[in-house]
Design a protein around this ligand. Structure first.
Ligand SMILES: NC(=O)c1ccc[n+]([C@@H]2O[C@H](COP(=O)([O-])OP(=O)(O)OC[C@H]3O[C@@H](n4cnc5c(N)ncnc54)[C@H](OP(=O)(O)O)[C@@H]3O)[C@@H](O)[C@H]2O)c1
Length: 226
């Protein structure tokens, strides 16, 4: 199986890549810095293929799709992991909309852009999967105040997940949103659970059997309320 992970140079994306390589899969390890992608791939071993990819760049995404079609030569699993702006300093009532817009470029339009660009390769796969790394913060059920840029863009990502799942069901491509839980990364800060625990639920969604769920929202393989 060939997977591509965005934001694979640190945090959860790096751990997901490590686990997939360890399980014998080929992983296109992408980062917005080529050096970071190369360093990570070198650490993970021969089945990791480095690629520069800023998810906000239309050109990068187009080039990445062309590069992956050449080497490793296809794609089975797209893991939209990269995200920014856990904006604990803002409230919806006073949020800087430029910050919200910038977050949307990475957290919502990035995954959308990647799904569109890689769709031809995913359609070609016999077991196409898209995993959108989301957050329980995006659950409308019980949503309250705070982190407006992050929350609204992840809620948009959840909506995109539902639509792509419906539109790609006939192609056999399973599309799910996964919350990794609170994880001790640069974004999560200290006190969260180990990255391996957060990454495991993403690997689960990336390696679902053909009769696995699609259009769902999960943490640790268990459904979360939308
Ligand atoms: N940690 C948590 O507690 C938690 C909880 C719920 C959900 N999540 C979700 O889990 C995912 C991973 O989070 P994390 O905690 O591992 O975050 P992180 O440690 O902050 O890492 C974020 C990664 O995304 C990359 N990135 C940011 N903007 C990018 C862009 N435009 N193009 C390509 N890559 C970009 C970063 O690359 P650079 O190194 O270049 O900045 C980095 O590799 C995110 O979707 C996050 O929302 C995390």
């Amino acid at each position: 199986m060939i997977a591509l992970v965005t934001g694979a140079n640190r945090g959860i994306g790096r751990e997901v890549s490590r686990l997939l390589v360890e399980a014998g899969h080929t992983v296109v390890v992408t980062a917005r810095s080529l050096d970071a992608a190369k360093d990570t791939a070198a650490e993970l071993g021969a089945r990791a293929v480095p690629l520069r990819l800023d998810v906000t760049s239309e050109q990068d995404v187009r080039r990445a799709a062309a590069a992956v079609a050449e080497r490793p030569g296809g794609l089975d699993v797209l893991i939209n992991n990269a995200a920014i702006t856990y904006d604990t300093w803002q409230r919806a009532v006073n949020a800087d909309l430029d910050v919200v817009r910038e977050a949307a470029e990475t957290n919502l339009y990035g995954p959308w852009r990647l799904a569109q660009a890689f769709l031809p390769l995913l359609r070609h796969s016999r077991a196409g999967r898209i995993v959108n790394v989301s957050s329980e913060a995006a659950s409308l059920n019980g949503m309250g105040s705070g982190t407006p840029a992050y929350t609204v863009t992840k809620t948009g990502l959840n909506a995109l997940t539902r639509m792509l799942a419906a539109e790609l069901r006939a192609d056999g491509i399973l599309v799910n949103a996964v919350c990794p839980g609170w994880v001790a990364t640069d974004m999560g800060g200290p006190g969260g659970r180990p990255v391996a625990d957060g990454a495991a639920g993403i690997v689960w969604a990336a390696t679902l059997p053909d009769d696995g769920p699609t259009g769902g929202f999960f943490r640790d393989g268990r459904p979360l309320p939308w």
